[in-house]
Design a protein around this ligand. Structure first.
Ligand code: NDP
Length: 332
């Protein structure tokens, strides 16, 4: 075991600011310390993975590095007994794939506290068809539910709807009985979004038209936003009285051009969502819901599976906002 070699996607900084990606042999001995050694069977593609793989600032500080913020596989060993050998586990978030070698390698070694037992009703591949994007969409819906937003209260808006978080959000909201309105930059994907359960699809341009006023016509009982910037601002300004807006991403912008009127005149709430450090109780609850009441069959059926060698184009497409749905990475 000690000298066992495995395949991993390794990103190297060849010259300052120039990054290359290659599949290389790595040794288990090179992995960092941690109680939990996992033979990874599947990973997935998330926005942060594209940033890390392409050497963009803000995710990975030191290269060479193996990205992959998601991993699912079998426990090889667990030094503190938290998991049994052979048990199936999901590891997402924390530092995985950021500065800890991640799921784009066939083995990971991490603290056992990062592991989540795979729910019985999910396969390893299905768990990665959801991955961090699915967990984040689930945590966002969990926040809406905890804040008291019910299907009968009205429409829920999802931004960045064709992306990973957005598409899972559309699907699980619809599965949970909510009326979903999806806003997208890819209006040609209307059929895809209605297939996931959206009642109506709006183009980004139409949604943003005349949205620079301080308040807009009230419409949304809830919002799941992944985009930030003017889209999030417009969503908050058009939330109904008492509406609840979740914010998890910055696919459009990290800025929020807004004043306080929606909060002080309409009692709108803005709730942040983080999947990386979120407490294990919330994490486990969302994974159980994703495996049962919220299980988004279409997302699972439509996820595309690729080997490590086919990620290159997808990293670039993702940062250009061109991805659709979810990509699973096969590490068998
Ligand atoms: P994707 O690239 O799969 O989806 C992002 C979507 O946002 C795109 O498909 C596009 O959808 C839309 N979009 C992209 N660029 C713009 C733009 N300039 N203006 C408006 N909309 C745009 O990424 P993910 O779904 O994986 O992640 C989305 C965001 O959420 C990222 O910022 C990511 O970092 C963040 N995130 C945060 C997490 C957390 O724990 N807080 C966890 C996971 C992700 P469309 O064309 O349909 O509009």
């Amino acid at each position: 075991m000690a000298a066992e070699l495995f395949d991993a996607l390794v990103v190297e900084e060849e010259a300052p600011g120039t990054f290359t990606r290659q599949i290389k042999k790595r040794s288990i001995d090179e992995l960092p310390p941690g109680e939990l050694l996992v033979r990874v069977r599947s990973s997935s593609l998330n926005y942060k993975d594209a940033l890390s793989a392409l050497g963009r600032p803000g995710v990975t500080k030191n290269y060479p590095h193996t990205p992959g913020i998601d991993a699912a596989g079998e426990v090889v060993s667990c030094a503190d007994g938290a998991f049994r050998e052979g048990e199936k586990v999901i590891v997402t978030g924390y530092d995985l794939g950021m500065n800890t070698p991640g799921g784009y390698g066939q083995y990971i070694r991490v603290p056992s506290a990062w592991g989540v037992r795979l729910p019985e009703a999910l396969s390893l591949k299905e768990s990665m068809a959801l991955g961090t994007a699915g967990l984040t969409a689930g945590l966002s819906l969990q926040k809406l539910v905890q804040a008291g937003v019910r299907p009968e209260h009205g429409e829920i808006l999802v931004t960045g709807a064709t992306g990973g978080v957005g598409s899972v959000a559309v699907a699980i909201l619809s599965q949970a009985g909510y009326q979903v309105v999806a806003v997208t930059g890819k209006i040609e994907e209307t059929e895809y979004l209605t297939g996931l359960g959206a009642r109506q699809v709006l183009s980004r341009e139409a949604f943003l038209q005349n949205s620079d006023r301080p308040l807009l016509k009230e419409r949304w009982a809830g919002v799941i936003d992944v985009v930030g910037g003017p889209m999030l601002a417009a969503a908050i300004k058009s939330a109904s009285y008492g509406g609840v807006v979740t914010c998890c991403g910055l696919a459009g912008s990290a800025e929020l051009p807004l004043n306080v009127f929606p909060f002080i005149l309409r009692g709108v709430s803005l709730l942040g969502v983080d999947s990386a450090q979120c407490p294990s109780a919330a994490r486990n609850e969302v994974w159980q819901l994703l495996a049962s009441d919220w299980k988004p069959q279409r997302i699972l059926a439509q996820a595309q599976e690729v080997p490590l060698a086919e990620l290159e184009e997808r990293f670039h497409a993702m940062l250009k906002g061109e991805s659709r749905g979810r990509t699973v990475v096969n590490l068998d």
